[in-house]
Ligand binder design. Structure first.
Ligand code: CA
Ligand code: CA
Length: 362
């Protein structure tokens, strides 16, 4: 026996299609077969279609397969030396073409977000094991129109859970679908914006300084402001109100950082502040004497304790080339005359005041 490899017959078969649903007509063409020995010629082409039908002798033929099955078609080529060689072609006849498998790759990978939620979807990893994916149709589950294409983008503007579906179509018009859920949440709540004004403005005044605070210009874009926490900066207790205004009386001299913290219905808050300048009141000099006239020599007590203010110094001039200091002083006038006694006071802030009393000495 001569083995095929020594025969030199080189079969070449083109069959189309190789698969399909019944009845499946397949054309076979072996006319491209050759012989390695140019002196030999290919005499006989005989086809066995594997379904019990008659053998067919032809270089080209066709056959219709009527039953589902996997057929091994055997072509036997015989040369002019009666050597033979066989070639086997497999034909699959089945109703069941493979459906493509849809796959979605979303961005972001976790489809949870707040409105407006922008996503992109990639269907290009979808596969078809017996063909190729040729069409992509997306539905977004929110009533918006379907879109086609291997990749799409979409924006969800309403809160809800939606089903995204990708339907892919293969070259046999077989379809495969997959779906995924997107969760669209409320926008994250916004904090209120605190605003604070005072009356008077600017908030500078003398002790006791009454200030009206007004936070009514505060806003909350997605809710309402429910309360106001006031801190006056002067070591007094904080005050919480539901009213946007309050008042505070400053009893201490100083520069005080006052704040209001406004709270919305989500218990979110923000702070506004203002600096309060509280000055001491201007000092007012006041002189009390035990007498204002008399015969010389006369001793008079001058008392400045009725003066008001945060007084740091008291200085006296007795109009007779003498002076003294202190809240209460005594002075003796030895000569007749009329004396303008003056008191000068100065407070810690350098504010001054003067008072005068006339003493008549006879
Ligand atoms: Ca397919
Ligand atoms: Ca809010």
């Amino acid at each position: 026996m001569v083995t095929s490899d020594e025969v030199g017959i080189m079969p070449k078969v083109v069959a189309s299609p190789l698969k399909g649903s019944s009845p499946l007509k397949v054309t076979f063409n072996a006319s491209g077969s050759t012989h390695t020995n140019e002196d030999r010629s290919l005499m006989l082409f005989e086809w066995d279609f594997g379904d019990g039908s008659e053998l067919i002798r032809a270089r080209e033929t066709s056959h219709t397969f009527r039953e589902d099955g996997i057929y091994e078609i055997i072509l036997t080529i015989t040369d002019d030396n009666e050597n033979t060689k066989q070639e086997v072609i497999e034909i699959v006849v089945s109703e069941e073409l493979l459906t493509p498998e849809a796959k979605i790759i979303p961005t972001p990978a976790i489809l949870v977000g707040s409105v407006p939620f922008d996503i992109s979807l990639d269907g290009t990893t979808s596969i078809d094991n017996d063909g190729e994916v040729v069409g992509y149709t997306w539905s977004f589950g929110d009533g918006s129109p379907k879109e086609v294409g291997p990749t799409v983008t979409h924006t969800y503007n309403e809160v809800g859970d939606y089903t995204i579906t990708l339907e892919v179509t293969d070259n046999d018009e077989k379809k495969g679908t997959t779906s995924t859920i997107v969760v669209v949440r409320e926008k994250d709540p916004a904090a209120p914006i605190a605003q604070l004004t005072t009356s008077p403005t600017p908030p500078q005044g003398e002790i006791p300084f009454l200030v009206t605070f007004d936070a009514s210009e505060s806003t909350d874009e997605d809710g309402t402001i429910l309360s106001y926490l006031w801190s006056f900066g002067d070591d007094t207790k904080d005050v919480q109100t539901t009213s946007p205004t309050t008042t505070h009386k400053y009893e201490k001299v100083g520069i005080w950082p006052a704040t209001v913290k406004v709270f919305d219905n989500d218990n979110l808050s923000s702070v506004a502040n203002v600096t309060i300048a509280v000055n001491s009141s201007a000092p007012e000099a006041f002189i009390e004497t035990n007498k204002t006239s008399g015969y010389s020599p006369i001793r008079i007590t001058f008392d400045a304790s009725g003066s008001s203010g945060d007084i740091a110094s008291y200085s006296w001039n007795f109009d007779d080339d003498t002076s003294d200091s202190g809240i209460v002083v005594q002075h003796t006038f030895n000569k007749k005359g009329t004396y303008s006694v003056t008191l000068n006071i100065e407070d810690a802030q350098g504010q001054v005041d003067t008072e005068e009393v006339t003493i008549t000495v006879r």
